[in-house]
Design a protein around this ligand. Sequence first.
Ligand code: ARG
Length: 462
Amino acid sequence: MAKKLWAGRFKKGIHPLLLEYSESISFDKELAFVDIRGSIAHAKMLKKIKIITAKDFNSIKKGLMTIATKIKNGKFKYKIENEDIHMGIEAELTSMIGEPAKKLHTARSRNDQVATDFRLWTREAIDTLVAGIENFQKALVKVANKNKEIVIAGYTHLQRAQPVLLAQHLLAYVEMLERDKGRLIDCRKRFNKLPLGACALAGTTINIDREFVCKELGFDGLCENSMDAVSDRDYCVELASSLSLIMAHTSRFSEDIILWASTEWNLITLADEWSTGSSIMPQKRNPDLLELVRGKTGRVYGALTALLTILKGLPMTYNRDLQEDKVQVFDAVKTVSTTITALTAFTPTLKFNLQSAKAMLKGGFLEATVMAEYLVEKGLPFRDAHEVSGALVRIAEDRGCELKDISLVEMKNICTYFSADIFKRLAPELAVKHYKSTSSAGSKEVKKALSRWSKRLSIAIK
Ligand code: ARG
């Protein structure tokens, strides 16, 4: 039975099954570097308030830096007897430098220590995620721009609806990702406060300088209630919720690509390096990456549900339940960041099949709404215009022709508001040139959107 750093009041060591059940070092080793950073800042403060000498501080700092190097080189031994990374590092430091290490935990508890470490870790994770999402946006804008002439059918209810520029479809994802970044940045602002100094829950009788540690660690301010400081995990929920929406968006994107890559749509052919084969059907070209993005979405939603459940009904203040927060957050962050990285690499390989894009525009009477709007411009009330356009769709459908194949004379027979200029709009490729409203899916507005995004993301597009 192992003897623990906290074992003073116990006669017997911890049961091996409890040790195995409760250890977290196998996963919270992820916090090693932020833990070291936090400890150095704390020690520096202890030196400032004269709890430790400059000599103690130097040897603590040097010892911690050596541990960091050991970890980097894979030389550090994570022992489950130490329970978690915080005690793992402290135990190692003690064995390395002796006495001074025993002063490091003055005016600190693992409760405020882990709360601080986790915020530091999450802050870095968010910065990396935001940069990753921005790269994905850049890739999307570039593909949108490269294919800015392509017109496709836009869908509602998965039924062909109106002609749109393909670029508008791709830029829709750029918008979603922009909101995703915004949510992450917003969440970061709210939690970038220092818990350290809350100690176990009540603060301390020692005259610590929390503002000093706050500055050292780059927090924007202090957690202002010691009991809240050690038990607040709102930011984990906010993060998991933002991550869930990112997965919702990447999952929708994936579903579009899967549809486009199907034989039925054939709008794209998946690049070899992004396709997988079948062990039995030699002809297959499967979109596994995109299916996995869809599938892994469940995992991230699961993290959100798990976190909300961990927090529900938790009595004040710190409870060991909170150790489970890291399992969820680490996994969700890793899932999202690998998803974004893979999609960013995949996106430039998107090649569109022009033949299929053209075929999508046939037979669906996609310009019927544009036709009705034309009549409105000529003075007909919209409801009547809708009726007229519908009647012409029926005629075209009966004949198996397109709207543009109906003669002007026939059109005029149904409605006198028609004149020859209607034919300037009666093809999906022409219709998109006539969309006028701000942010619409036609040539003029999409061109503006592309240049707006290229400026915002600082990328050059031709
Ligand atoms: N490994 C613990 C966690 O992640 C650290 C805090 C433990 N505190 C305690 N009083 N047992 O939650």
